[in-house]
Design a protein around this ligand. Structure first.
Ligand code: ADP
Length: 619
């Protein structure tokens, strides 16, 4: 019993064999069993040995085909041998011997041709089938022209019995084959369904893990931003108020280190957004000079600190105002400049900004503004630094991959900057190229489609920058508003102190509250022009506080602007705050200038006294 099952397992249910091979094994095993039984039966009822020769031949054919398919492992070849010999030789011989078209033989011709399609793969099917057509046509023609060559069965009754028996046997064989095929199909379908369910489960788990990752990263970013806010804010006060060169130099170092820490947090957040397909390009009008100015100013001191010259050359006729995603353009340029400064030990860095007219924008459709000019903004950053090896160039844009690590082991980095730069560039329909030679330097070039807004040109950057620089660099408060009253709400004392200090020079009256309850109380008893409200606070958080505040009669009468001041900088955070009912949104760490600008935007004009460049109002 177990032996029988072993044979079935090995030759029929074995999943390693092709379906046609397994089907052939069913036919061969059936043939190997049935043909000797028939032979013995024939001889037992007294048939002449001559008439049993085809059965012996058929048995041998089954043996040879079985060996070819399962020992020599040439299943297709075995199928060809089996079908060619049986359809073109054996069955035609039996046709003439056992009654021709007046018996069940035509059905056997048909069945043997069906096997051709079931057992053979590839072009051989067509070849064998065509040979069948020719042989069968020959058989019928020869039978028609030489009817005497056909040995008719004994009488009409024998012919009818032969036809009926043929129908039974053929239907049985075809039934077994179809059952086998449909069993296989059902099994495969069940397996696929199981796999699909498993995949769905895995997918669900991955989704959850990804959500957990995003939540973790968002809260990590929040937690890190909160202390950075204190460091940056307090440090800004030190820089503003100190005249001691040593102290200023220490504070400058703190400023640059906290900047690095912040950009690391931002990089990780950005990478997560891009990775999960959530990064959005948000185009708007912007001033190119202001972007270049910010990038240049950010890196100028760092380059000078390493004894490097940083030069910015531009095409003076470049449009002054563009339409595109200013924040991402700024990020791309800053990344390239930061790398150039990081990986250059001496010499110079040259940033070249130019443009070409572009008739075929990739991501900015000009359908809604057909008269505006489309350009390819081209920014290249060339350095005389360490350069990149040929192997390094191959994996340069992979995330979390730092190249030439041995050479650059003294330089801090995460290997995220260029991956983000490339993906942002491509999201905007642009491209990035790099050429580099070890020991000589590198040049990174980005080309990004933008729309020109208006006809004004930017002029020479260096010239404008020099003029502005000479106008004075030290911090100056931009306005004073001694009559204005501002309420700052945050659960951390240090954050309250930072905002109070940063707004000190505006002379506005600043009140603080360390939680939602305290905020509502203060709001009821005083008249505020702006409320700066933190989100994550224990007990009553910022959202709830805002809800309660908006319910108060006082708010309904005055509608004091409420600005969210939060360490939550995740994608979509701004929209969430604005949708909740905040009037505006500021992220921590907050800069003095940003804070002043926000306050200026919301306090009544009659309370503000703007200060011109010349007004001295420093402490
Ligand atoms: P990080 O600088 O944080 O390691 P990046 O993704 O910005 O990550 O850069 C990846 C790698 O590319 C760096 O580790 C560095 O080896 C190489 N690289 C990038 N810019 C330059 C450059 N201007 N000169 C030489 N090597 C560079």
């Amino acid at each position: 019993m177990s032996k029988k099952f072993n044979i079935i397992k090995k030759y029929i249910t074995n999943e390693d064999l092709a379906v046609s091979h397994r089907l052939m094994n069913i036919i061969l095993l059936m043939g190997l069993f049935i043909s000797p039984v028939c032979l013995i039966f024939d001889l037992a009822i007294g048939s002449a040995i001559r008439s049993a020769i085809p059965l012996i031949f058929l048995f041998l054919l089954f043996v040879v085909s079985f060996v070819l398919a399962n020992v020599v492992k040439k299943a297709n070849f075995a199928g060809i041998v089996l079908t060619v010999v049986s359809t073109n030789c054996l069955v035609p011989y039996l046709y003439f011997r056992d009654g021709g078209r007046y018996s069940g033989m035509p059905m056997w011709l048909l069945l043997s041709s069906v096997f051709v399609w079931l057992l053979i793969k590839g072009w051989a099917v067509i070849a064998v089938y065509v040979s069948n057509i020719i042989v069968y046509a020959g058989i019928f023609y020869y039978e028609y022209t030489h009817p005497e060559t056909v040995t008719r069965l004994a009488d009409g009754q024998a012919e009818s019995i032969d036809i009926v028996c043929g129908i039974y046997v053929i239907v049985l064989i075809l039934g077994i084959i179809f059952k086998f095929q449909s069993k296989l199909y059902e099994k495969k379908k069940a397996e696929l369904e199981e796999k699909e369910n498993e995949l769905m489960e895995i997918n669900e788990k991955l989704k959850k893990a990804n959500e957990a990752k995003s939540v973790f990263l968002a809260s990590m970013s929040h937690e890190i931003r909160t202390p950075i806010n204190a460091i940056v804010g307090m440090n800004e006060m030190v820089l503003r108020e100190s005249d001691d060169d040593n102290v200023i130099s220490y504070a400058s170092n703190i400023e640059s280190a906290s900047g690095t820490l912040l950009s690391l947090v931002n990089d990780i957040l950005d990478f997560t957004k891009i990775d999960s397909g959530l990064m959005e390009i948000i185009p708007d009008d912007y001033e190119l000079y202001s972007v270049l100015n910010d990038c240049y100013t950010l890196l100028e001191l760092r380059a000078a600190g390493k004894g490097l010259s940083l030069e910015l050359v531009n095409a003076p006729d470049i449009p002054a105002n563009l339409y595109g995603d200013e924040i991402r353009i700024r990020q791309i340029i800053t990344n390239l400049l930061t790398n150039a400064v990081k990986y250059t030990d001496n010499g110079s860095i040259t940033m070249t900004v130019g443009f070409t007219e572009n008739d075929t924008p990739l991501y900015l459709s000009n359908e809604d503004a057909p008269n505006e000019r489309l350009i390819d903004l081209r920014v290249s950053v060339k350095d005389t630094g360490r350069g990149i090896s040929e192997t390094g160039l191959k994996s340069l844009f992979n995330s979390f991959t730092r190249v030439d690590e041995k050479k650059n082991k003294n330089i801090e980095g995460t290997g995220l900057g260029l991956a983000i730069t490339k993906q942002l560039t491509e999201l905007m329909g642009g491209r990035i190229d790099v050429t580099s030679q070890e020991g000589v330097g590198s040049e990174f070039t980005v080309v990004i489609p933008q729309r020109a807004v208006g006809n004004a040109t930017m002029g020479d950057f260096s010239e404008r920058f020099r003029r502005k620089k000479n106008a004075g660099r030290k911090y100056k408060v931009s306005f004073i508003a001694p009559e204005a009253r501002i309420l700052v709400v945050d659960d951390l004392e240090v954050n309250l102190k930072v905002v109070t200090m940063l707004l000190k020079n505006t002379e506005a009256k600043i009140d603080t509250a360390t939680g939602g309850e305290a905020c509502l109380k203060a709001y009821e008893s005083n008249d505020y022009d702006v409320v700066l409200l933190d989100h994550m606070m224990p007990e009553m958080d910022g959202m709830e506080t805002l809800k309660q505040l908006k319910k108060s009669k006082k708010y309904m009468a005055k509608r004091t602007p409420v600005v969210a001041l939060t360490a939550n900088a995740t994608l979509g955070a701004e929209k969430i705050y604005l949708d909740t009912g905040f009037d505006d949104y500021l992220t921590k760490p907050v800069k003095g200038e940003e804070l002043e600008a926000m306050i200026l935007k919301y306090i009544p004009e009659e309370l503000v006294k703007k200060l011109s460049q010349g007004d001295e109002n420093e402490e």
